[in-house]
Design a protein around this ligand. Structure first.
Ligand code: PLP
Length: 414
């Protein structure tokens, strides 16, 4: 039996990004120096005091044993203290906080916990894939809503509760957003919470980029709306905040019924992260926070270099107000030629040796865009811009040969 005949596997088409990754591996094997702005894999080192806490804890008595699936109490307390400090939100570490093996695991297992086959979930498009696929794996059905937190979003919510059968179970929010970098304010959250309470809708808010922002006002938490505790759970992560992506530590916090459901599912599946990792994660949250400011400054400088250098090379990049991503429309002449984002990403990688993520990999409404991750240093970003300038000059020259041959060149090149 072919693996794609299995019920769940059929719901998981091969990752679009795999195609770009395979091409990247092949080019690297041939010696190409690929500047990788594709995957959102933070490249900054984990701050030293967090590493030191891990090392200090490994080998202490009993730290090798099965840990606590919900997270050790000290880690849950540290997360509650973070919410109080950062958002002015009080959480009960016993009933309103669960530590997860990265926020992705928490999100996926929340989907398992609450979804019955056929349940309808409202998820943004384009979005980080687990927001839709977590529910598809659990047997749910996705109804798309716009990623932008504006009037079209609320119109889509209204249409969904009026017309979808069965009535939607939950809505997914993600601000600051991956891949679009949209940000939301408290008025938006207030309106979502009020809507959700009226229509008995669960709200799952992914706040993975809480600390990666370039605006004067930091991104808010939905739990700053007191009534949100009736309907909402929020996911955060240490991956970006403390440059700890491989450590796999995140959190779900908020509504007690939902947190209990997630904790129950997890109690059957895992024993929690390795205790020294949890101890070091608590040290990250409780310790000095200047490392977070420094990471934010680095991403901001990279963003500015990207916008400036790519702009001079002929590719206008809208500056993202938050996240570690720029969401960029395909440059000319590819945009006018209607080239797909996957084709474009492959061509760019092949010819300019710059890897980006095709927008269509985040959902059909991501077509026409690519996501550029700020995960290489400023010098490498400038090098990427130089490569792209040559690439655009070559294709721009092709574009000026006349509409017909221009189209041909673009198609052939892909
Ligand atoms: C919006 C969003 N949520 C969640 C995650 C996953 O983070 P974690 O490492 O905590 O699983 C990412 C990682 O890229 C993300 O972009």
């Amino acid at each position: 039996m072919d693996s794609d005949e299995f019920y769940r596997i059929k719901r998981l088409p091969p990752y679009v990004f795999e195609q770009v990754n395979r091409q990247k591996a092949a080019l690297r094997a041939k010696g190409a120096d690929i500047i990788d702005l594709g995957m959102g894999n933070p490249d900054l080192p984990t701050p030293e005091h967090i590493n030191a806490k891990l090392i200090e804890t490994v080998g202490k008595p009993r730290t090798n044993r099965y840990s606590a699936s919900r997270g050790i109490p000290g880690l849950r307390r540290a997360q509650a203290a973070y919410y109080e400090r950062r958002f002015g939100v009080k959480l009960d570490p016993e009933t309103q906080v669960v530590a997860t093996l990265g926020s992705k695991e928490g999100f996926a297992n929340m989907a398992q916990a609450i979804t019955a086959p056929g349940d309808v979930i409202l998820a943004p498009n384009p979005t980080y894939p687990i927001h839709a696929f977590g529910f598809l794996i659990a047997g749910g059905t996705i109804r798309q809503v716009p990623a932008e937190p504006g009037s079209a979003f609320f119109e889509a919510l209204h249409r969904a509760v009026n017309h979808s059968v069965p009535k939607p179970l939950a809505v997914v929010l993600n601000y600051p957003s991956n891949p679009t970098a949209y940000v939301a304010d408290l008025d938006f959250y207030r309106e979502v919470v009020s809507f959700a309470r009226r229509h008995d809708l669960i709200v799952l808010s992914d706040l993975a980029y809480a600390e990666i922002y370039f605006t004067d006002t930091p991104p808010p938490s939905i739990l700053q709306i007191p009534e949100a505790f009736e309907v909402a759970v929020e996911f955060t992560s240490l991956s970006k905040t403390y440059s700890m992506p491989g450590w796999r530590i995140g959190f779900a916090v908020g509504n007690e019924r939902l947190i209990a459901a997630l904790a129950r599912v997890k109690s059957y599946l895992d024993y929690g992260a390795f205790t020294p990792i949890q101890v070091a994660a608590a040290a990250a949250l409780n310790g000095p926070q200047d490392c977070v400011d420094e990471a934010r400054r680095i991403y901001r400088r990279r963003r500015d270099v990207l916008v400036e250098a790519f702009g001079r090379a002929g590719w206008e990049i809208p500056p993202p107000p938050a996240t570690m991503f720029a969401w960029a429309p395909l440059p000319e002449p590819f945009r006018s030629a209607g080239m797909g984002s996957l084709e474009f990403a492959k061509l760019l990688q092949e010819e300019a040796h710059v890897a980006v993520s095709p927008g269509v990999g985040f959902g059909e409404d991501g077509e026409g865009f690519v996501r550029i991750a700020l995960v290489e240093n400023e010098q490498r970003i400038r090098q990427a811009a130089r490569n792209i300038r040559r690439f655009l000059e070559k294709h721009g020259r092709a574009a000026h040969k006349g509409a017909k041959s221009d189209q041909k060149e673009v198609n052939q090149a892909s």
